[in-house]
Design a protein around this ligand. Structure first.
Ligand SMILES: C[S@@+](CC[C@H](N)C(=O)[O-])C[C@H]1O[C@@H](n2cnc3c(N)ncnc32)[C@H](O)[C@@H]1O
Length: 206
């Protein structure tokens, strides 16, 4: 079996924001205003997970969106993956999370078992943090026709929240990076403060 995401997991080569996410900022991930400018229902529509399918929320943080997606789609399995155990602890301490039998927290080191088994992948606000190697390896999780949805802060819009503009990508930069690292964009859309790309693994990248 392919060993996905082997250590060191702090390999941020290629990421615009090199430093690791700091857990003291975790409460910002639970800001209710996020659901106004990036509605979970619209994220669910973009993902369009097939009935009975399996979704990985890669870099789930405190599970803000993973929980909503699991709630909105009780027919699918939502696997909430993060490299930081303290993030998953925060997710598990949320009362709603405990009621969702289709939500499974998972540390990055365990995802190798999911290779070729995933119908959809969500990477929300993580493209600017992911190193090149991790971004390439994500493709190995997906079934052949599966789709990954990359949503991240848009460097080109004035925003009341999120990292500084020079820590994130413009849509043009994000597209170029994804295409360089083995992804074929099949759909692009804009939210108030975010860009979104739906992408498949490029054939020639294996
Ligand atoms: C800005 S937070 C976004 C969290 C969540 N997606 C959200 O929007 O609420 C980025 C998260 O990605 C995680 N992360 C960054 N690089 C990662 C990697 N290579 N593997 C797994 N998790 C990663 C961080 O630990 C952090 O929890």
């Amino acid at each position: 079996m392919v060993d996905l995401f082997p250590p060191p997991s702090d390999d941020r080569h290629g990421a615009r924001q090199k430093e690791r996410f700091r857990p003291h900022r975790a409460s910002q991930l639970d800001d209710p205003a996020r659901f106004e400018y990036l509605p979970p229902g619209e994220v669910a529509s973009l993902l369009d997970v097939p009935a009975g399918g399996r979704l990985v929320d890669f870099g789930t943080g405190t599970g803000t969106y993973a929980i909503e997606l699991a709630r909105l789609r009780p027919d699918i399995e939502v696997i909430a993956v993060d490299e930081l155990p303290e993030m998953l602890d925060r997710l598990c301490s949320k009362p709603l999370a405990a009621t969702l039998s289709n939500l499974k927290p998972m540390l990055t080191g365990e995802v190798t078992a999911l290779a070729n088994k995933i119908d959809r992948l969500l990477a929300l606000n993580v493209l600017h943090e992911l190193g090149d190697r991790a971004l390439r390896e994500l493709g190995a999780l997906l079934k052949p026709a599966a789709v990954a949805v990359f949503i991240d802060w848009n460097a080109e819009v004035e925003r009341p929240a999120g990292p500084p503009a020079d820590h994130v990508y413009s849509p043009t930069e994000a597209r170029a990076r994804l295409e360089r690292l083995g992804w074929t964009i099949v759909l692009e859309r804009a939210f108030s403060y975010h860009y979104a790309f739906c992408a498949r693994k490029s054939q020639h990248h294996g």
